[in-house]
Write a protein that binds this ligand. Structure first.
Ligand code: SAM
Length: 458
């Protein structure tokens, strides 16, 4: 089969789903170019110079008139926005329109992190997000994107869904953005067409059942489960929704829609009533193929509260004592809510009231990042981490140097830089007032501390 040809079995399946007349429109839409879209990080406000127009279902989302070179834009590297497909930003509409309570959220299949950054923005300082990824290499990309987003409210973990068993009833919201057969990506990624087969759809469906069978258990009484795919077929969508209602006593959730968006509501009748799914077809919506459903666990279902332990025993992570914590919070310039931890000699800060949840997570899961990594201290002098630079925490006590675009790109390429009148020691470099990273002025030379593995290579 040629790379751009549609598999025959897929064509029949889609014709059955939308009807032969509409199928023609669907097929035509696959030949049209995809629209690039971005979601802004409201904690890192900046003037976005690209020509853009709002995505109607998300307040921080924009379609771009053309795809610019994001690599050549320093604000992209500073985490001012995330390049994300418009349909998947519908999650923002679900959270906002249903006013879903903030708390402890889990993004079960999180890499590269598009939906995690969305959830992190929604939670702000009033919640904690666990962004989990089972594949090691993808966990690294997820971690980078969480660090760039910089809100300090996220724990990155690298675990199989099975490892979450001790956390039943722990989460206020669980998102399963499931690995799927990717029919909604046929336009964006021609390889997705070549890899599609009816057998693979069945394999995906079976895998999705295994994942949601665990995920459903993790939602606390009164909490929400969001299940999403980027595929159209019923085996990976309606069938999983039905499976969830058979395995758990979920309640249906209906999401308000504006008809002009073109989102198609689908009904699934079960013994527990009618449940709703939402499909995004590229011939109806300005976005790629997507499916999402929301369910609510009844009040009264199991709730697990993390214990408030006096002591915290962990093989590598240690709490910082009260007195030192107060001093650190003053040094950092936080708002007095920071709690500090040491991982070997590196300091981390967690915001707010979620430390007992973090400690519970650290006992159970393989935690790869949390809060904000601040850095090390030698004789009261900070050796600040890049993570601190990219976070939205203050960087009190460090001089700052604003860069031109050319200088910023040179820094991001890890080139040598020279300045006149630069103070000695650590200096935070900024572009449009957004932090990019650290340099250290030694007097006779300036060291560029941009992480080697993050540098712009071309
Ligand atoms: N949520 C991500 C985002 O918005 O950027 C995209 C997630 S992608 C659709 C699905 C993810 O599921 C992939 O990162 C993949 O590695 C992960 N995955 C694959 N097999 C899995 C499994 N058996 N259990 C959980 N996650 C799995």
């Amino acid at each position: 089969m040629a790379e751009n040809q549609l598999p025959e079995a897929f064509e029949s399946q889609m014709q059955a789903l939308v009807g032969p007349a509409e199928y023609v429109l669907f097929k035509e839409s696959l030949e049209r170019p995809t629209q690039t879209s971005i979601r802004l990080n409201w904690k890192k406000p900046v003037d976005i110079l690209f020509s853009k127009r709002p995505i109607p279902w998300v307040k921080d989302g924009y379609f771009l008139e053309e795809r610019p070179s994001f690599t050549g834009d320093p604000t992209f590297h500073a985490g001012a926005y995330y390049v994300q497909e418009a349909s998947s930003m519908f999650i923002s509409h679900i959270l906002e329109s249903l006013k879903i309570p903030k708390g402890v959220y889990l993004d079960m299949a999180a890499a590269p992190g598009g939906k995690s950054t969305l959830l992190s923005s929604y939670l702000g300082e009033e919640g904690l997000l666990v962004a989990n990824e089972v594949i090691a290499a993808r966990t690294q990309i997820l971690k980078e994107n969480v660090i760039k987003w910089g809100l300090g409210n996220t724990v990155v973990t690298h675990n199989d869904p099975e490892h979450f068993s001790p956390l039943d009833g722990f989460f206020d919201l669980v998102l399963v953005d499931a690995p799927c057969s990717g029919e909604g990506m046929f336009r964006k990624d021609p390889l997705a067409r070549a890899e599609w087969s009816p057998e693979n759809v069945l394999l995906c469906s079976a895998r999705q059942k295994r994942i949601v069978d665990k995920a459903g258990e993790l939602v606390k009484g009164g909490g929400y489960l969001l299940y999403a795919t980027c595929t159209f077929n019923e085996k990976e969508n309606e069938e999983i929704l039905r499976f969830l209602t058979e395995e758990f006593a979920f309640e249906p959730v209906r999401i308000p829609l504006d008809p002009s968006w073109g989102v198609v509501e689908t009904e699934v009748n079960t013994e527990d009533g009618t449940f709703y799914g939402y499909r995004f077809f590229p011939h109806k919506v300005a976005g790629e193929g997507f499916f999402i459903t929301a369910l609510r666990r009844p009040e009264g279902a199991y709730i697990q509260v993390a214990p408030r332990n006096k002591e915290f025993k962990h093989h590598s992570l240690k709490r910082v004592g009260e007195k030192e914590s107060v001093e650190l919070e003053q040094e950092v310039g936080g708002e007095g809510t920071g709690k500090f931890y040491l991982l070997q000699e590196t300091y981390f800060r967690m915001q707010g009231d979620y430390t007992q949840e973090l400690e519970k997570l650290a006992q159970v899961l393989s935690v790869r990042y949390f809060g904000v990594e601040l850095g090390k201290k030698y004789q009261k002098e900070w050796v600040p981490s890049h993570e601190w630079a990219l976070s939205t925490l203050p960087k009190n006590g460090f001089p700052q140097q604003e860069l031109t675009k050319e200088e910023a790109l040179a820094f991001l390429r890890k080139k040598d830089l020279s300045f006149t009148d630069l103070p000695l020691g650590w200096v935070l470099l900024t572009y449009q007032k957004l932090s990019l990273g650290w340099i250290k002025n030694l007097g006779n030379r300036v060291n560029n501390y941009y992480p080697k593995e993050w540098r712009i290579r071309n």
